[in-house]
Design a protein around this ligand. Structure first.
Ligand code: ZN
Length: 443
């Protein structure tokens, strides 16, 4: 083989390697349904984890549950040479904050930080909820095992920590069990406020809420479908940004939507057996989840959850009525499915935490011209950039071009009017940042 041919071959190999990272398959496979089952069982057996429930008992109530979650993160940390910083983040919520807070209560989140080597203050966050409820929102003594809602979410965060703590990442990863969700999203609000105080740079929040049910109340059964909810644009956008959108687009291209597309694409790349469904709304119709307080604070955040819900098994007292077994009990959780959705989180967080920061100051030009132009500020750690575009009616970034380590590029012959455009930064292992939709226009 000539030297030139060898170089060519090396070039081809490098390009192939840049497309997929074999570690990602290892991560997806390492997630254990058995460990998830063990943890969800322990959580369900605290009887209730209602936010207002007993905090003193070692066997029942939210106090016992959060202490167990903290101990579990600490035990995972011991196994990785103390790679996790584990702490409680808590806020006192005062009586009457809303109708679901009848007396003062400490809302206590458990947080585990796996510090990034290069960007210790940049975070990707995976959350689940510690708290549970039954039929009556304020009944904090009746059994509320919350096996699916949301022991699966917090068990998923624990399991992702077990798997990802075997690797080191450039950005930091946070695994968290939030509380106060059912009483009014208090734990998420508390941690979002704490993140702002601390000046955390948040890449995104993957909020997991119910990731274990495969049998829908409508009879649909699928262990492959799952939903990714994201709001179209941040509620914090300014009047000027709103006006800009009218003329330059971006109605369905906010930061949370880009994060949703990222998870969708990462799943299709590394777990093609799964069927991720992008849902173009903040959450289910009229319902809430813990990504919302992060969105309210201006952070990107999405909800990952099962596709086919069973309402007789959520927020229900355990009972049999008209032949229907109500209640959120262990028997209804499919742990292989919960493992799949946990793996979706783990690979998405790994990709984001291995990727360089997203390009900054992305701008677009090309009005009344035959070609669209993009320019951006380079970011440290990127070896190149990728321009993405799609038809205006498409939910996903269907076209892309790797443009090398440059800070501007013209897409010859692609008219700006008929597509939406964005730019991502690419790192040395091929991992990409979230796509950034242009925030400005140039001539
Ligand atoms: Zn719930």
């Amino acid at each position: 083989m000539t030297k030139y041919a060898t170089l060519l071959l090396l070039g081809v190999l490098t390009m192939t390697q840049a497309q997929t990272d074999p570690r990602m398959y290892d991560i997806a496979e390492a997630v254990s349904a058995e460990r998830l089952e063990k943890d969800v069982t322990i959580l369900a057996n605290f009887g209730t984890r209602h936010t207002l429930s007993d905090t003193v008992s070692d066997t029942r109530g939210i106090g016992a549950a959060r202490r167990w979650v903290k101990q579990e993160f600490e035990s995972i940390s011991r196994d990785c040479n103390n790679c996790l910083e584990v702490f409680y983040q808590k806020d006192l919520v005062k009586e009457g904050a809303n109708a679901r807070i009848p007396f003062d209560v400490w809302v206590v989140n458990v947080v585990a930080v796996q510090r990034g080597t290069k960007y210790p203050n940049r975070f990707v966050i995976m959350s689940g909820d510690i708290d549970s409820r039954a039929s009556e929102a304020n009944n904090y003594t009746i059994d509320a095992p919350g096996a699916n809602d949301n022991a699966t979410g917090i068990a998923g965060a624990l399991e992702a920590a077990r798997v990802l703590s075997n690797y080191t990442f450039e950005s930091s990863i946070i695994y968290t069990g939030l509380s106060g969700e059912e009483q009014g999203l208090f734990g998420g609000a508390g941690l979002a406020a704490y993140a702002k105080e601390q000046g955390w740079e948040i890449i995104g929040v993957l909020n997991n809420d119910m990731i274990g049910n495969i049998t829908g109340v409508n009879g649909v059964i699928s262990n492959r479908d799952f939903r990714i909810f994201s709001e179209p644009v941040p509620p914090t956008e300014t009047e000027r940004e709103r006006t800009m959108r009218r003329f330059y687009g971006g109605e369905v291209d906010g930061i949370s939507r880009q994060l949703a597309r990222y998870v969708h694409k990462t799943t299709q790349t590394y777990m093609p057996e799964m069927n991720p469904m992008l849902i173009y709304r903040l959450d289910r119709f009229g319902r809430g989840g813990h990504h919302r307080p992060f969105n309210d604070a201006g952070f990107a955040g999405i909800r990952i959850m099962e596709a086919h819900e069973n309402y007789t098994q959520q927020h229900q007292d355990i009972r049999v009525e008209d032949g229907i077994a109500y209640g959120d009990v262990l028997e209804h959780v499919n742990f292989d499915y919960a493992a799949k959705l946990t793996a979706v989180n783990a690979i998405s967080m790994a990709a984001l935490a291995w990727a360089p920061p997203a390009p900054e100051n992305v701008q677009i030009g090309g009005i009344v011209e035959p070609s669209a132009k993009l320019k951006w500020d380079k970011v440290p750690g990127a070896v190149g950039y990728k321009i993405y575009w799609r038809d205006t009616t498409s939910p996903t970034w269907d076209y892309s071009r790797a443009v090398g380590d440059v800070s501007e590029h013209t897409l010859e012959g692609i008219v700006i009017d008929n597509s939406f455009f964005g730019v991502a930064a690419v790192g040395k292992d091929g991992h990409e940042s979230v796509v950034v939709f242009p925030g400005g226009v140039f001539r």
